[in-house]
Each structure stands twice: as structure tokens, then as C-alpha cells.
Unconditional design. Structure first.
Length: 595
């Protein structure tokens, strides 16, 4: 049985197939009616103050009120076009008979916000939920894209469960340096390592600085931004194809107004986030991430989204799906191209066609059609960018979840981004107690480190850092770089930018700060990594392990007051999604009283 969208005609029904035309809600059934529809004193106040903003009754009476949650800011280059895009979203909302209300929300600007945007993801999620709850919103357009903005906006919208559609920021254009394409993040790491090795001049470095980010839009490698906007499209929360459109392309502006138009109909059809979210739709999102070679950050965010929707999802599901999903997007850091090329090659829909046998094609999406219907007509226009299954970049296992005495609750590695020689490796630990310790000593010529060593960074997790920053691509010591070493095994409880690469074991849980086994590792201990067997082990005997555990002392809290204090009391571990424990689940929260 299919749900017919009012947005456009579907192909005719198959014989015997039932088509359900959604019931259209009446104005008095809308949530905003409680604010605008009553002829009491409060209703007078809401209408007179709307008149104060220059709107006539005809502008809004009996119309769905659509909140545009806009994460624009002067300090967020990835969302620099959002003031214009908000106008385009409004154009669509007006045309479809809605009443747009733009609401600025906390921006999470990956390059600038310290110690990490991840510390504030849940704050934006809370803000989104409470904006929608406390104002007369009937539905929402969520404007995000820069890394954590995507999961944060969706987490809040899922909890509020009003009709909501995501408008992805779109990737920026390819970077350029002397005619070479540059990729966000990936080429920074690459050329920074070459600069530290003495192979890139100051002048060349400055040219790279000026050419790597040359338009608005989010990072254009398969970093966390492209990963999460694509995951959210596969989950069913964007118009078909939206996540792949470059921000500077005029098709992006048209997608914005289409998104606004659709938001109005979603309200009238009462199509809500939790109508779309099932174990199968989360599998679709994970499969998309794996076929894209997406960021390891997706584990944390997708688990958090699922827990908001009341869908049980373990990080082990990523490993299970990874074993059957080929990596087909030839996009950096795993591959060669950039998101602009990916769009021209057909974009996410074309990619999903190649793995459609691994998808739940009957999953409903925001346009009222199924994922299968949305990708049915998609084609691949460049099979060097979107690879056929027989030429997969990695046939399976592009992402692996590890367990062992060093990570009882799990850790993750992206084998596709690591030197295969390191997939099975045992070496002596070189430990750093925190990031500052590492920064102070990593390039010390006397540091007892070799290419065989395993570098360990502690206190970089959700509570220890705090905020679980993207520190997990630990730097390779300068003296090893000079010897030509470009990859080695590195372990931390941090995350890693999706644009990074290397044999980096990440998200070790529980983290060292709360007494996870990483806290007990000492210099010289042997650590064994075995990716094919999905194991990570500290090679000390059980008695020594127990002795070190008994000696461990809980560190002092990082915050005495403020948001940080709330964060440290309630944030969960990486394998649980790093949400606040009191925000998880689907327990209903009443709409506000209006008196
Ligand atoms: Fe915004 Fe990378 S800095 S997406």
C-alpha cells in the first residue's frame, strides 16, 4: 500500500494496489490554531502582534505555520548562503499556502567553535525541540549541513515529532591550487604532513590556504557533513537528490523553494518524523553511509537519532551492514574525486541504485513516496566516480567495529582509509595523557617511538576532552615523517574528522576519563589490533589489569556550573550516541498551555 503524495502524480497503481490519499487537515486541526484561531484575549494578542510585523490576517489565518530553523551565522562559512536560502524556502511556503516564520538557532561552526561543535550538538537539538514546542509551529524546515547541525536539528525535530523536512546546505565547489583540485580537510592533512616533512614551501602553503575553500557550502569531501546530509536523505528526510547538490548551483536554490512548498503539504498530510523512522529506514541510512565511505562520526549521530525515535540500534549493526555493503563512491578521503564530481555523476540517488538490493525500498520519505520510487529513475553518468559493484573501491568491510579488553563497549576503525599492512599489527604503546601532553612531546627527537609503535591518546572522549573532539587522527611524529612513515596505528577515545585517514582506532568506549581500560595503558605495553577479527587488546595479564584498575582515581569534574555542568552530568558514551540521557526516548511532552 502506498501513500500518494499531493506533490505530484505517481505512476499508476499496479493492478489491485491500494493507493491512500492522505487526509488533509482542516485549519482548526492545526497546532497554530491554538495561538491564532481563538477569539479570546490571548488570540487577540497573537494576531495584533503579527499585525505589528506587517502581516494582514489573509497572510496567515487558516494557513500552516512553518518554522524555518536557520543555523546561519557570520561565523559559519558553510552556511553563508542561508539568509538567501531562507528567502527561497519562504517563497515555496507562501506559494503552497503556508505562513513562514524564520527562527535563527545556534550555529555549530566546525572550524571555529571550540573545543568542538560536538560539545554543543545536544544544545542545538534541545533548542530546536523547544523552539518548535513553545511557538505556534505546525511544521518545520530544518536548515543545516555543517557537520553537527544536521544530526542536532533532526534530533530535536524527531523528539518534537511535528512534520519536518531537512534542507541540506550542499557541498562547496572543489578547491583549487595551481590547477589541482583540493578537498576540504583531506588535503589539509596531506599537505600539512608534507609541510612538516619540509616538502611544501610557505608560499605554496599560503596559496593552498586561499584556494581550498572557494565558495559557500559545507566540506566537499566525504566528511561528516556530506556523510550526514546523505544519511538523512537516505533516511527519508530530504527531497530526492537534495543532499548532493552543490551549494553554489542554482539547482540548490530551487531545491530550497521546493522544500518550503513540500513542508506545507506535509503539515496538511500530517506526515511526521516518526512516521518515517523504523529499523529498516535506519538500515537504509547506514547502508548509504557505507556505500559512500562516510565518516565514522555517523555511528555516534545515527545511534543518537535512533534512540530519539525509540528504535533500538547498536553500533554492531554498522559492522554487520559493513560486511555486505560495497564502497562505491570514489570520493576523498577514501577515493579520488569530490562532491561536485559526485553530483555530476548522478549523486546519491544514482549510488543507491547500485545497492538497491541492500535497501528497504518501501521506506516512506518526506515527499510521501518511497525511497524506491525516489531513486527509480536515477542513472550514473560517470562510472569512475560512482563505481559499479564489480569495481568497488572496497568490496566490503569499509568500516569495522572492534571489541576487546581495551574497548569492552566498542571502538571503530575505517580500514578503507588505513594502510592494509596495519590491519593486523602488534606494537608497543607510546602514551599521552591528554592533547596538550601529546602536542608538547610528539615531535621530541628523543621520544622513544618507531613505525611499529602504537600511539595512544587518553582523555579525549565525551567527558574527558570534553566533547569528544576530532583529535583522533593523531599526528605522526616528525622524525618518523622524515623517515617516510605516513601511517601507523593510533588509538584514542576521540572522534576523527570524516575527511581524515589513517589506521586510527576511535570512539574507544568506555572512555579513559571514566575509567575505561584506555586509562590503564602504559608506555611499552603491547597492543594488538586485528581488524579482520574485529579485536583490540591490551596484552597484559588479568592480575596486572586488575591492579591498574584498582589504582585508578576518578579525575575532578571539568565544570562547576553552566552548560558544561549539565553536559557532564548527562552525556552518554560514544556507543550510545553521546546524547543527553534525559533527551532519549519517545515519552510525550505536553504542548504548552496558553493562558
Ligand atoms: Fe562546515 Fe566542514 S567546516 S562542514
Amino acid at each position: 500500500m502506498r501513500r500518494r503524495s499531493v506533490e505530484g502524480a505517481l505512476p499508476g497503481p499496479a493492478p489491485g494496489e491500494a493507493i491512500v490519499t492522505p487526509k488533509r487537515r482542516k485549519p482548526e486541526e492545526l497546532r497554530s490554531y491554538r495561538w491564532y484561531g481563538k477569539s479570546d484575549m490571548r488570540g487577540f494578542g497573537h494576531r495584533s502582534r503579527t499585525a505589528q510585523m506587517g502581516y494582514s490576517r489573509q497572510d496567515y489565518v487558516s494557513k500552516p505555520v512553518i518554522a524555518i530553523i536557520n543555523t546561519w551565522s557570520d561565523i559559519n562559512p558553510c552556511h553563508a548562503h542561508f539568509r538567501q536560502r531562507a528567502e527561497e524556502v519562504k517563497r515555496g511556503i507562501w506559494q503552497a499556502g503556508g505562513f513562514p516564520i524564520e527562527m535563527p538557532a545556534l550555529t555549530l561552526s566546525e572550524p571555529f567553535q571550540k573545543p568542538t561543535t560536538m560539545l554543543y550538538r545536544n544544545l542545538l537539538a534541545m533548542e530546536t525541540e523547544e523552539l518548535l514546542r513553545s511557538y505556534p509551529a505546525d511544521g518545520a524546515v530544518l536548515m543545516g549541513g555543517c557537520d553537527k547541525t544536521t544530526p542536532a536539528l533532526l534530533m530535536g525535530a524527531i523528539s518534537m515529532n511535528l512534520p519536518a523536512i531537512f534542507m541540506p546546505a550542499g557541498p562547496m565547489l572543489r578547491g583549487d591550487w595551481r590547477g589541482n583540485f583540493l578537498g576540504s580537510g583531506s588535503d589539509v592533512w596531506k599537505y600539512w604532513a608534507e609541510k612538516r616533512a619540509g616538502n611544501v614551501s610557505e608560499q605554496a602553503w599560503e596559496e593552498i590556504e586561499n584556494g581550498i575553500a572557494r565558495s559557500h557550502g559545507h566540506c566537499m569531501t566525504m566528511g561528516t557533513a556530506s556523510t550526514m546530509t546523505s544519511a538523512v536523505e537516505a533516511l527519508g528526510f530530504t527531497l530526492p537528490g537534495a543532499a548532493s547538490i552543490p551549494a553554489a548551483d542554482s539547482r540548490h536554490a530551487r531545491m530550497a523553494s521546493d522544500t518550503g512548498r513540500r513542508a506545507v503539504d506535509m503539515v496538511l498530510e500530517d506526515l511526521k518524523p516518526r512516521d518515517l523512522l523504523t529499523a529498516a529506514s535506519f538500515d537504509n541510512a547506514i547502508t548509504a553511509v557505507l556505500a559512500l565511505g562516510g565518516s565514522t562520526n555517523a555511528l555516534v549521530h545515527i545511534v543518537a537519532l535512533a534512540r530519539r525515535a525509540g528504535v533500538a540500534l547498536s553500533i554492531d549493526r554498522f559492522d554487520e551492514l559493513s560486511r555486505r555493503t560495497p564502497l562505491l563512491a570514489n570520493v576523498r578521503p577514501a577515493g579520488k574525486y569530490l562532491m561536485e564530481d559526485f553530483f555530476y555523476a548522478g549523486g546519491l540517488r544514482a549510488l543507491l541504485v547500485h545497492v538497491q538490493d541492500l535497501l528497504a525500498l518501501d521506506a516512506v520519505t518526506v515527499n510521501g513516496r518511497t525511497l524506491g520510487e525516489n531513486i527509480a529513475a536515477a542513472e550514473t553518468y560517470n562510472d569512475d566516480v560512482i563505481l559499479p559493484r564489480e569495481r568497488a573501491l572496497v568490496a566490503s568491510g569499509s568500516l569495522a567495529v572492534l571489541r576487546g579488553n581495551l574497548a569492552p563497549d566498542g571502538a571503530v576503525i575505517k580500514p578503507a582509509a588505513a594502510d592494509p599492512k596495519l590491519w593486523r599489527h602488534t606494537g608497543p604503546a607510546v602514551t599521552f595523557n591528554d592533547y596538550n601532553d601529546m602536542a608538547a612531546r610528539i615531535d621530541d627527537p628523543d621520544l622513544p617511538v618507531s613505525a611499529e609503535s602504537v600511539i595512544v591518546l587518553k582523555n579525549a572522549g565525551p567527558l574527558g576532552a570534553p566533547g569528544m573532539p576530532e583529535w583522533g587522527q593523531l599526528p605522526i611524529p616528525k622524525k618518523l615523517l622524515a623517515q617516510g612513515v605516513r601511517d601507523m596505528v593510533r588509538i584514542s577515545d576521540a572522534r576523527m574528522s570524516g575527511t581524515s585517514y589513517g589506521a586510527c582506532v576511535l570512539h574507544v568506549a568506555p572512555e579513559s576519563y571514566v575509567g575505561g581500560p584506555l586509562a590503564f595503558v602504559r608506555d611499552g605495553d603491547l597492543i594488538e589490533l586485528d581488524v579482520p577479527e574485529r579485536r583490540i587488546e591490551l596484552k597484559i595479564d588479568a592480575a596486572e589489569f586488575a591492579r591498574r584498575r584498582a589504582e585508578w582515581r576518578k579525575p575532578a569534574p571539568k565544570f562547576e556550573r553552566g552548560f558544561g555542568a549539565l553536559y557532564q552530568q548527562h552525556v552518554t558514551q560514544a556507543n550510545e550516541g553521546c546524547d543527553f540521557d534525559f533527551l532519549e526516548g519517545t515519552a510525550p511532552t505536553a504542548d504548552p498551555e496558553i493562558h
